[in-house]
Design a protein around this ligand. Structure first.
Ligand SMILES: Cc1cc2nc3c(=O)[nH]c(=O)nc-3n(C[C@H](O)[C@H](O)[C@H](O)COP(=O)(O)OP(=O)(O)OC[C@H]3O[C@@H](n4cnc5c(N)ncnc54)[C@H](O)[C@@H]3O)c2cc1C
Length: 742
């Protein structure tokens, strides 16, 4: 189906030039490029993904081994990025629970190879193109190592996901490298004067403990141990025998150089430094490192920053911190504004400064230039200021930008329009496609006219209305804490024990999506009396807060202890601002609050937004042979061609490509040790035929996905659908966020 024509042979018998026709051509196989390519291909566009490495994943690949992080890692609860990237991360969790970076490569390759509309070209460095000189590209070309082929890719749209923005630069599109001045966008975190400096690059190593001593003689180029000793300890830079891989994110240099033109020098400097650190760990006599050796050492520097393009909209600090809404909002970010010193490991400045942010929207306008171009951007080269980039550069956000770019390209091809010429409803069409494919756009509901579920009557075997009563643990306020609950369930009673009658005061915050670090808008200070002994306690909130999540912030209290359990009710969490270890409070829901009612599955939100937004069955899964079910009834028979069901993979816990060893204190990260208990593992959908009989439409077994997509062959005419949940990965309740029927 991919037409590939040999155009001519060059240089005797050495190289051939081959033409490949596609609709969307994506350059760069990192998070941005993979998601762009999969998104465009899944929307039916003949897509090429060309990357210059032998493996997919960009910085997350086993060649570099940066672990994927995002909004949840920066404290945003229920913030885990889904869509195409979420599917890859869940597949990784299913196949690769140890977080081995080598198997992450396999996951990416597997999904790319399984996509019929997508053709992958590895080892292909795009280095040429023909343009009209104004931004429109006729073709791009790249040399593929090992095949001696010069490949010429022709498409209607091109997506630059190279990180460096190589296609944009070749096309002559305007870009920036370095930091804008404070006045450029009025950003208080920007330097007063503009600077050419960027974030630097990094090489990692992984260690392994043998059962016998292993010697290490450093190569001549290694930094001497004295130099390493001088650098260590400054600005939080630590190294020891327990650290591995991403723990060494602070091995950073090159920010004061040109991260593109001087990439080789930066890489060699990093080799000198990493060899020096390893020599120091092995041979300084300060560590228990006799039996330690290196199991892997990086050679391909991970590059943090290079070109950022001048696009229709440049995202800024204010857009992020004020959670500005955009008519063309397309995806979201939620990582910290995470600034690294450009001098890298050679400075005494803190190795990073992280300012927590709440989930914020990023518009389509950041993905395309203002001129008449058929080039879009994805990943770290999109149009953001350096300050905003400090957040958007995180891989999960880069991946979401890729899905948005792939979707936008596909739609522009269908409409025969440039992105900047799309009418409001065409932009809404792109947004609805993104939402249907499991993206989140802050504040925008999934509302498609053709979704038959919207008009259906919804009923179920029962919705959770009591609460989580089973007590298995405790959470003390001795170091303070935060309690999150939905405004709609403000009368909830929590099981609390106190050694004495005490008055507890707390700050109250409101947010659309809760966060343990950027708590939201402060709405007041309240207090409540906790009686001596164990009792059910309500925590009143100020009047006038109509909706959203409420976060209560408690200061230290030595006598108050919350009872906790294993049952997670989405929307309720207890924890501390400085830790990702959340507890699930024992609680009694207020009568009639209807928090987890059936109608939530057709409310247009496929994840928590202002409230949990899910249907949750009562406990006692499968008791007496009865499985929880939810049912849609149409007013008249409908022909159903597609059903989408969105499950809960616990969006408050990170899904990572790989792991570092110092996970908790150092990274505020809690590794998953198994599939999320809440995720539905097996289920069945039956159709109710017009004659009233039931017919099985689909069976799901060993599910690992967040979205179950059912395509009844040739469609099926039904008056209703019944979804029966047969099993989860451990949760005693079944939970569904959204059901769509087309
Ligand atoms: C050391 C370090 C630590 C970081 N820490 C984290 C972290 O903990 N978690 C996190 O999520 N993010 C982290 N980041 C940021 C994150 O890794 C990057 O911002 C992200 O990978 C960018 O994604 P991307 O798809 O735009 O580009 P990349 O991941 O850089 O992928 C681009 C791909 O395109 C290829 N390519 C480049 N030029 C061409 C060309 N001309 N033709 C064909 N292919 C080309 C590259 O080889 C690469 O494979 C870190 C980055 C670094 C360097």
């Amino acid at each position: 189906m991919f037409k590939s024509i040999i155009l001519y042979k060059t240089q005797g018998d050495f190289a051939v030039t081959e033409r490949v026709e596609a609709e969307v051509v994506v350059a760069g196989g990192g998070p941005g490029g993979i998601c762009a390519a999969l998104a465009a291909a899944r929307l039916g566009k003949k897509t090429v993904l060309a990357t210059d490495r032998p493996v997919l994943g960009g910085n997350s690949s086993s060649e570099i081994r940066v672990w994927t992080r995002g909004a949840t890692g920066a404290g945003n609860l229920y913030g885990e990025e889904m869509g195409v990237w979420g599917e890859l991360k869940l597949r990784n969790l299913y196949l690769n629970q140890e977080g081995n970076p080598v198997f992450w490569d396999d996951v990416l390759l597997e999904q790319v190879l399984s996509e019929p509309n997508l053709k992958l070209y590895l080892n292909t460095h795009i280095s040429g193109m023909e343009t009209d000189g104004k931004g429109r590209i006729a073709w791009v070309s790249g040399f593929q190592m090992m095949t001696e082929k010069e490949l010429r890719f022709e498409g209607a749209y091109y997506i630059d996901a190279t990180g460096d923005g190589s296609l944009g630069a070749m096309a002559g599109l305007p870009y920036r490298m370095g930091k804008e001045s404070r006045d450029t966008y009025g950003e208080s975190f920007a330097p007063v004067e503009e600077e050419r400096a960027t974030f630097g690059s990094t090489l990692f190593f992984f260690t392994k403990r043998e059962d016998h001593p292993v010697s290490y003689i450093a190569p001549d180029y290694a930094y001497p141990r004295e130099t390493i000793e001088e650098l260590l300890g400054k600005g939080g830079r630590i190294a020891n025998e327990k650290m591995d891989g991403c723990d060494y994110w602070w091995f950073e240099t090159g920010g004061m150089a040109d991260t593109i033109r001087e990439a080789q020098e930066i890489g060699l400097e990093l080799k000198r430094f990493t060899a020096g650190v390893w020599d120091y760990i092995k041979n300084s006599g300060r560590y228990d490192a006799d039996c330690l050796t290196l199991s892997w050492e990086g050679n391909m520097p991970g590059k943090r920053e290079s070109r950022r393009f001048i696009t229709k909209k440049i995202l800024t600090q204010q857009d992020i911190l004020e959670h500005r809404a955009f008519e063309d909002g397309a995806f979201y970010g939620g990582w910290y504004l995470d600034f690294h010193p450009s001098h890298g490991f050679k400075t005494e400045e803190d190795n990073c400064t992280q300012i927590p942010v709440q989930v914020y929207a990023v518009p389509l306008g950041c993905l395309y230039p203002t001129c008449d171009s058929n080039l879009l951007f994805a990943g770290r080269d999109i149009g953001v200021s350096h300050v905003a980039f400090a957040s958007t550069r995180i891989m999960n956000t880069c991946a979401l930008s890729g899905q948005a770019a792939g979707t936008l390209a596909a739609r522009c091809i269908e409409l025969g329009k440039r992105p900047g010429d799309l009418e409001a409803e065409e932009i809404q069409g792109v947004q609805q496609t993104l939402l249907r494919n499991d993206m989140m756009i802050p504040g925008i509901r999934h509302r498609e006219e053709r979704d038959l579920a919207r008009e259906a009557g919804v009923s179920s075997s029962g919705a959770e209305c009591r609460g989580a009563l089973l007590e298995t643990g405790t959470f003390s306020l001795s170091d303070g804490g935060i309690l999150v609950f939905p405004r709609r369930a403000a009368g909830t009673e929590f099981l609390v024990e106190s050694g004495q009658t005490t008055e507890v005061s707390y700050q109250c915050y409101r947010s659309d999506v809760p966060s343990r670090l950027a708590l939201g808008s402060r709405v007041g200070t309240m207090k409540t009396v906790i009686p001596e002994g164990k009792s059910w306690v309500r925590f009143p909130i100020p009047e006038g807060v109509a909706d959203g999540f409420i976060t209560l912030e408690f200061s230290e209290n030595q006598s108050v202890i919350f009872a906790t359990g294993e049952e997670q009710l989405t929307g309720f969490l207890l924890g501390r601002e400085d830790s990702p270890r959340y507890c699930y409070p024992c609680l009694k829901l207020p009568d009639g609050c209807g928090l987890y009612g059936e109608s939530n599955v057709v409310n247009g939100y496929n994840r928590p937004w202002r409230e949990p937004g899910s249907w949750m069955s009562g406990p006692a899964f499968g008791e007496g042979g009865e499985f929880p079910w939810i049912r849609l009834d149409f007013q008249e028979p409908k022909t159903v061609r597609e059903i989408l069901v969105f499950f809960n993979p616990d969006l408050s816990r990170e899904l990572n490509s790989s792991r570092a060893s110092m996970w908790d204190d150092h990274h505020k990260f809690l590794p998953r040790t198994g599939m999320p208990p809440e995720l539905v593992r097996s289920a069945v959908i039956d159709g109710i035929l017009p004659d009233g009989s039931r017919r099985e439409i689909a069976v799901l077994e060993e599910n690992w996905r967040r979205t179950w997509r059912v395509l009844p062959p040739d469609g099926i005419t039904v008056t209703g659908l019944i979804l029966e949940i047969r099993g989860t990965y451990g949760a005693s309740r079944a939970e569904i966020f959204e059901i769509c029927v087309y």
